[in-house]
Design a protein around this ligand. Sequence first.
Ligand SMILES: C[S@@+](CC[C@H](N)C(=O)[O-])C[C@H]1O[C@@H](n2cnc3c(N)ncnc32)[C@H](O)[C@@H]1O
Length: 200
Amino acid sequence: VVVCAGAIASDDFSIDDVPGTSGRLDVALRCIRAALLVSHGLRRDVVVYAVLGGGPRAPRVLRVDAGEARFLRPDERSLAVLARKVLATRADEAQPGFVEVRPGIALARGGLDEVVRDVEGASLFVLERGGTDVRDAADVGASDVAFFLGDYVGLPGAARDRLASLGARPLTVGPVEVHAEDAITLVLNEIDRRSAGAPR
Ligand SMILES: C[S@@+](CC[C@H](N)C(=O)[O-])C[C@H]1O[C@@H](n2cnc3c(N)ncnc32)[C@H](O)[C@@H]1O
């Protein structure tokens, strides 16, 4: 779950300049790629949520479920085109909760609490420096887990407080502050290694 406080929640941005016209929706797009796409395939058991807090149609959540999605391409431009088409819809205005716009791709009006409802039952982790090292967190990947990250400005204080009140635990991928998509890759790599029984 990447919380992008300034990222635009509508299709009102330029495909030719996503970083400059979308409140940095490009960060969310790179997170989607990092979380869902591997070489020649998708991580079918991963769902990404981008909480979009920018523009007049915010807050809104874009959900991409790799178990159901089709035709996801790894390049940022293709993902931006897809996001723009999906964000143009008004289907989510007609009913509460997530509304599927395309196979595996849904939108919901609302912010973090829409996601919290959707991941009910999962163990919650906040990715930040100074938490438990992901290598030492025995339950990461053992059952359903949800990881919350900030974008280039970090996780907003209100989101941090809300997640703390839900018992979310801080988790770190290392001593250096990295980009959100790289933090996702590092967590997934740890889970991949455990799944494959790789030596630690
Ligand atoms: C580019 S960083 C945010 C930088 C921002 N200036 C801040 O102070 O939080 C984007 C997100 O990646 C995650 N992240 C970055 N480095 C991390 C680390 N070493 N361990 C865990 N999460 C990290 C955090 O969720 C962070 O909000």
